[in-house]
Ligand binder design. Sequence first.
Ligand code: CTP
Length: 400
Amino acid sequence: MMLKDKTVVLGITGSIAAYKAAELASRLTQAGARVHTVMTKDAIQFISPITFRALTGRPVVTEMFDLASEYSIEHVSLAKAADIVVIAPATANTIAKLAAGIADDMLCCTVLATRAPVVIAPAMETDMYNSPVTQDNLLELKARDFVIVGPAAGWLASGRDGLGRLSDIKDVLGSVRLILGRDGDLCCKHIVVTAGGTQEPIDPVRYIANQSSGKMGFALAEAALDRGARVSLIATPTMLDEPSGIEVTRVATAEQMLKAVESAMTGADPLIIAAAVADYRPKGTKAEKIKRRGGGLTLELECTRDILGTVKGSFVRVGFAAESSNIVENAKEKLGPKDLDLIVANDITAEDSGFGCDTNQVTIISRDGGIDALPLLTKREVADKILDKVVQLFVQPEPR
Ligand code: CTP
């Protein structure tokens, strides 16, 4: 969402990893950014500008003096329009030129002329990367506030295994989001979000779980990141990709989640609990697999500790209430005992809402009794609505 209507200059230089920039162009475009691709003459040896023309829906700049280009007349116009410049992959040669201020192609000219933040994702052979001059050039660029992402280690086109691969596209995108969000309304805040359903072991094979997919918690974490927060996400095993730029701690049980929340909370501001935490766990996990013996099996369960009830502190506290009846009334009853500023109630029996869906219909109830019944929205939109209220609480805390 935060990339919507942002102007991104995507610089591509002559590395075998240039083909990976196609995914970056596509993902930026899908996220709503206006992507202007600038390719060096070596880059077009590796991948055709037509690919980027098709993926971004915009002309691709390959020549400094192309009279047909809308940018060549005033060659700094792209530099001025940019909200961010991303060079992926960036070769040792382009890095050296940028460090020295050489402006002999359209990409270097654009970087030299822009005031926008610049992200550089190097990709090159290990020895080129490790060479003192490349390292010096990268240090020089860092000192000038360029953001360097990677490179990653792994298999290289030279056949070697080493440092020099273009970082994962999701990591490059993560940096773009961090940079564009850094002036957001949650900037300088540290937010702890929990996500997913806990798993309480019965024996080494089986556990008690629930239907939570973690999507709401992940949406909250990503929305907070896009609004400039530092985000600690404490998540149970889920099928979801770990969002780049977010510190993710994996846990399984309610007890592990409680410990992870306690350790993440040092210095954090709002605690947002989205996870479906087990209320009961088997009393004493069996060390050996329970064998089929015929007849029935009775499991004795004991109460888990209530995370929100245990973690105390004068920070903004947001809980969720997954209800199947008397939604608002049941949710309201949890506000006081859990000392919540907000509780987000959802009807888990509603279609298109709750566990596993990409959409959610929630009612946000605040400590002062305010009730905001939202329409069916995507989980990301719900996340932003919740964060709007969190931001208001920072400006105007409610009396406890
Ligand atoms: N919660 C928690 N620790 C638990 C159980 C729940 O912190 N051991 C949190 C949930 O993450 C959620 C809120 O408390 O933010 C409400 O959870 P919910 O399951 O709706 O309520 P419970 O307190 O468990 O009560 P009940 O299941 O009886 O409705």
